[in-house]
Design a protein around this ligand. Structure first.
Ligand SMILES: [Fe+2]
Ligand SMILES: [Fe+2]
Length: 194
């Protein structure tokens, strides 16, 4: 190919890297909704059931927005969905296998959802100079919605994880899901186009 100016070359590298990250987030958003949806009907109190159903709607909305953006950027929104990394699949299979509402909440919403705002803030900084539209989507929609549902997981755990056995299961679920999340991120980094 023709030689690029250093800035242009770096921008192309950044574009590939961040597009890949966006693919990963599109999967995460949709999976979060899918593993949580079956538990919404089992939440005893309607003041938590109703915001949790909105949470599911929000995550599916985020997945749709990201998929649309990936398409606009000429990516394939189904690439990672149809053939997820082995470790990414293990993470979500684990979440889906959890046997109680509290374990699920400890593991998904209290656990790795918490990492999303942190990673997104640095993503926004990295992507803003090359793709302001994607940066705006993350800042104005995804992160804004996340702030609105951060309170739900601690409240569910405070209210329903009220015996030692349940609390222990929650701690174990979170411990395990953190390990799997770490492995998924590692394999994601390894699979980045070089
Ligand atoms: Fe989200
Ligand atoms: Fe979220």
């Amino acid at each position: 190919m023709d030689t690029l100016k250093p800035k242009e070359f770096l921008n192309q590298l950044i574009a590939i890297r961040e597009a890949f990250w966006e693919q990963m987030n599109a999967v995460m958003e949709r999976k979060a909704a899918e593993v949580t949806a079956p538990w919404v009907g089992k939440i005893p109190d309607i003041d938590l059931q109703q915001p949790m159903s909105e949470y599911v709607v929000n995550e599916l909305k985020h997945a749709s927005i990201l998929r649309q953006r990936i398409t606009e950027l000429n990516g394939d929104p189904d690439a990672l969905w149809n053939q997820p990394l082995k470790e990414l699949k293990e993470l979500w299979d684990f979440h889906a296998s959890l046997g109680s509402l509290c374990e699920l909440i400890a593991s998904v919403q209290f656990g790795h959802e918490e990492f999303f705002p942190r990673t997104s803030k640095s993503f926004i900084e990295r992507v803003a100079p090359i793709d302001s539209k994607t940066a705006a989507i993350y800042r104005d929609t995804l992160l804004a919605d996340e702030e609105g549902h951060e309170w739900i997981a601690p409240e569910i755990l405070r209210r329903y994880a009220t015996d030692g056995a349940t609390q222990r299961k929650c701690l174990e679920a979170l411990q395990k899901s953190c390990e799997l999340f770490g492995k998924a991120i590692q394999s994601f980094n390894r699979s980045m186009p070089a």
